[in-house]
Design a protein around this ligand. Sequence first.
Ligand SMILES: C[S@@+](CC[C@H](N)C(=O)[O-])C[C@H]1O[C@@H](n2cnc3c(N)ncnc32)[C@H](O)[C@@H]1O
Length: 291
Amino acid sequence: MKTMNKKIARSFDSWHFAMMNDDTRNKSLEYCFRTMSLADKTVLEIGTGAGLTAIQMAKAGARHIYTCEFNLQLFEVAKTVIAQSPYANKITIFDKHSSEIFLKEQPRFDVIFSETLDCRVIGEGFYTVANDIRRLANENTTIIPNKVQQFEYLVESKDLHQLNCCLSSSEPALEAINSFSTETYFPVRTRNFEILPLSDPVLIKEYCYLDDQPKKHVSQKVNSNRSSCCHGLISFFNAHFGRSIISNTSLSTAGHWHQAYHPLTTPRNLTVGESYQISINFNGKVEANNA
Ligand SMILES: C[S@@+](CC[C@H](N)C(=O)[O-])C[C@H]1O[C@@H](n2cnc3c(N)ncnc32)[C@H](O)[C@@H]1O
């Protein structure tokens, strides 16, 4: 049994603990680094966290890893963790945001790695990380993850609907609070709620850090397999880290990532066999219209 360290007021999210214990993720990343010939490569990592992945890359043989962490508490943790590892001389860590590093000169990076994905890909700063990767990569740089695929399916779920809007009939005026409902998405553990899928999952978007139009609005046709009321969509991702694919589907029960629920502005009735055009904008807001 591990003892608890003395407590300090924390300035980073509590999911960091769950992430450190997410063996599936951690082993998949380790496998990715081991199988991508890092030997003699100069690597840039965006987002050190507690230092785990920088150490994994050093272990996999990288010549040098430059890494950055803008949360100062995590920076201090990572500095200690790295200093106590056998790889301290191979890792340089900056207490900075990726937009503040290498503004004048930079090494030629063979690899740029970032695991800054939230349940719906973009929420941990995907677009700013993408800008910085485009600024710091050269024509031969390998970017990891190389692509992140996002899948969506339509759902009926009063449980999820009620997490985002007040349906009070006894005091109708309470519905005033609904002006503050989430419009984009929020994390849910789908296995904890009653959810009826109304379609198969469809691939709706592929994110790639080098994409020159990462914020492009996308849409996809989906067939409804039931006549029912659709409250929103659930999304999950398959992130391709070299040879490892890391996913946050509801089937990956051990993972620290939740799935993402995207409410429709207004629930709508779907007809079995009909096609609907699902569109998703850059911040995760979805719409479902007749195709
Ligand atoms: C999901 S954690 C992953 C940490 C570590 N790479 C790992 O996989 O274990 C991402 C970390 O990146 C940091 N971060 C996110 N965006 C960043 C940015 N643009 N520049 C520097 N740090 C960033 C966050 O504070 C967080 O600690």
